[in-house]
Design a protein around this ligand. Structure first.
Ligand code: MLT
Length: 394
């Protein structure tokens, strides 16, 4: 018996587990403290009424002999795949329903997709970025090179012709920096990937926050992307499904490598290792794309956008350098007076009882930076900004 010793090369625990552990310890030591949680990007508004009605109707169906359903198609029911296809179509992206794979979320798929790639590939990962990309490739023992993202390039690195990579991760709008690529900038990545026969893994989990002119919501808005990119998206941030779990991955049929269709490989992987998302959840997800659902979800998103604006206003008032907050639910700022993100985390927790996420947890270029989420309630966000302002005035 041999262990996968690559696991020993990981950090002791996953970033958000470390944050949760520290907050629990602080809370146990200070039971009187009213802690404001602005760390993990978890939504706080309830599911939209249209989603709840659809789920309730599905529960009733499951309770009747005539309408009960057992195993569903591993890649998702047609009604949901068609709804997602329609959503892309309204944004000018034509997909076939069998290019869409419904899953229990983008995080799982971003890790699982690596099953279809040989270990002997070099991956290019932006730094800083969502830690799942790095950790899952360390688990596989794959070679990682980094694309440096920093204040100088607006946290939007572009390809370096001197770097050879086979698998390229792009997250836009970026977690944690909030920086979002334009369709034009993505063209450079698509050209780079096609010239090298590389594959782009494009994480679009935050696309619903994009508002800016010319910014991409899908990599398929860029010509040629269907020949080189897989896109991951989620209902978590769009429609509050963090506790309900539903996402989807698009693997275009035009994406082929070594004469093999990646769509076919992913279908083979999913039908073998995955048994699909519950019918009730998929019915709820489909309701997100109805007229009523879209309207209700827009209202929820506008609450998070207002929170993000509040956080940006706070940074502006204090003269702190930040990015994000627009086109993104995250505000990413330079730790005022601290060069170490974890020290700032402790300081903010102790002095203001506000929890955030230390930037260094997203990569070395995140050292000295900090992330706050706008997914909290309006009251929490308001109070957190007041506490932060008071702390700096003191
Ligand atoms: C985050 O806080 O970065 C996200 O909530 C993590 C995730 O979506 O898994």
């Amino acid at each position: 018996m041999k262990l996968n010793r690559n696991y020993l090369n990981l950090e002791e625990s996953y970033l958000f587990s470390t944050v949760a552990r520290k907050v629990s310890a602080f809370s146990a030591a200070h039971p009187e403290a009213k802690i404001l949680r602005m760390g993990i990007g978890d939504v706080t508004l309830p599911l939209a009424p249209a989603v709840i009605s659809a789920m309730q109707a599905a529960v009733a169906e499951m309770g009747k002999k005539e309408t009960f359903r057992g195993y569903g198609p591993e890649q998702g029911y047609d009604f949901l795949r068609e709804s997602i296809r329609g959503y892309y179509g309204r944004r000018g992206v034509d997909l076939d329903a069998d290019e869409i794979f419904v899953s229990d979320g983008a995080k799982s798929d971003l890790g699982n997709i690596l099953d279809i790639f040989d270990r002997d590939n070099t991956v290019l990962i932006p730094d800083p970025v969502y830690p799942v990309y790095v950790d899952t490739n360390i688990m596989a023992g794959r070679q990682i090179v980094f694309a440096e993202a920093n204040a100088d390039n607006g946290f939007l690195p572009l390809p370096d012709a001197g770097v050879q990579a086979d698998i390229i991760y792009i997250c836009s709008p970026n977690n944690p920096t909030g920086a979002a690529y334009s369709v034009e900038q993505l063209r450079a990545w698509v050209d780079y990937a096609r010239a090298r026969g590389a594959v782009i893994l494009y994480d679009a989990a935050y696309e619903c926050f994009v508002e800016g002119q010319g910014l991409a919501r899908s990599i398929y808005e860029t010509e040629g992307a269907k020949e080189c990119a897989i896109e991951f998206c989620s209902f978590s941030k769009t429609a509050g499904f963090t506790g309900t779990r539903c996402g989807y991955t698009v693997v275009p049929k035009a994406l082929r490598r070594e004469g093999v269709s990646l769509n076919k490989l992913w279908l083979r992987r999913q039908t073998t290792k995955f048994n699909g998302v519950p019918y009730i959840v998929q019915r709820g997800a489909a309701a997100v794309f109805t007229e009523e659902g879209e309207k209700q979800i827009r209202e929820n998103l506008s609450v998070y956008r207002r929170n993000a604006k509040r956080l940006c206003d706070c940074m502006d008032a204090l003269g702190i350098f930040y990015t994000g907050g627009k086109n993104s639910p995250y505000v990413w700022f330079r730790c005022p007076g601290f060069s170490d993100s974890w020290q700032f985390f402790d300081y903010l927790l102790e002095k203001a009882n506000v929890v955030g996420t230390p930037g260094c947890g997203f990569g070395k270029n995140g050292q000295g930076f900090f992330r706050l989420t706008a997914f909290g309630s309006e009251e929490t966000t308001q109070e957190a900004t007041e506490r932060i302002k008071n702390l700096w005035k003191a």
